[in-house]
Write a protein that binds this ligand. Structure first.
Ligand code: G3P
Length: 218
């Protein structure tokens, strides 16, 4: 299972890379806006920093505009994946860019039929937003299970990129279902390392050895 970091914060990305747990990065307009930085230069900097795939999203909503922005994003680096919103125009863009050899990540997916359309269009990734489904009283992980069942049934190559991950339980469920990728906020990645028994256990090990009065070399 690959972990992408869902952020446009360069320091978070540097730390995640240092930890050796970041296989790629996903950005979106909200995340870049939060950094208060310019759009394309931010995607470029992230693409230069991260060896794996980096999703940069188009801001236009019409076919021509999305295509033009998608091509410009793709020019930023070989690892840039163009993120387009679900809809007829977005999925047309996916088909065109695919013919040009550019990978696309279809975002804002909230239903399995939408994911089916994205796979038929040839998306490299589909991004179902589990947290936002939960927010309106649905069960986001059920959406992941449905999409995985459909994709496996037809051998689609589109990978399921679980997005809008809010807590470690989302990650656990995504892994149990066999989703190929999850994009995780830095705070959730940090939480994955933690367990109270790990902290208590370490404290006890060190305290026990300290009682001997000896050092590491003794
Ligand atoms: O990258 C898109 C997605 O992960 C957004 O998450 O928390 O804004 O619903 P969230």
């Amino acid at each position: 299972m690959r972990f992408f970091l869902d952020t446009a914060d360069i320091e978070e990305i540097r730390t995640g890379l240092e930890w050796g747990m970041v296989d790629g990065v996903t950005t979106n307009p909200s995340l870049i806006a939060r950094e208060g930085r310019s759009y394309l230069p931010t995607v470029r900097e992230i693409a230069e920093l991260v060896p794996g795939p980096v999703s940069g999203e188009v801001l236009a909503t019409d076919y021509e505009g999305m295509l033009e922005q998608g091509r410009r994003l793709a020019e930023l680096g070989d690892n840039v994946v163009v993120k387009v919103p679900l809809g007829p125009a977005g999925l047309r863009v996916v088909q065109t860019l695919r013919q040009e050899g550019t990978l696309c990540n279809v975002t804002l997916c909230f239903s399995a039929p939408q994911a089916l359309l994205a796979a038929k269009a040839g998306a490299a990734y589909i991004s179902p937003f589990v947290g936002r489904v939960d927010d309106i009283g649905g069960v986001g992980m059920e959406l992941i299970a449905e999409i995985l069942t459909i994709y496996r049934q037809y051998d689609f190559e589109t990978e399921v990129l679980v997005a809008s991950v809010r807590h470690p339980e989302h990650l656990l469920q995504a892994a149990l279902l066999g989703a190929e990728v999850a994009t995780i906020p830095f705070g959730v990645l940090a939480k994955l390392y933690r367990h109270p028994l790990t902290d208590i256990g370490l404290e006890r090990f060190l305290a026990d050895w300290q009682k001997t009065g000896k050092t590491f070399d003794d």
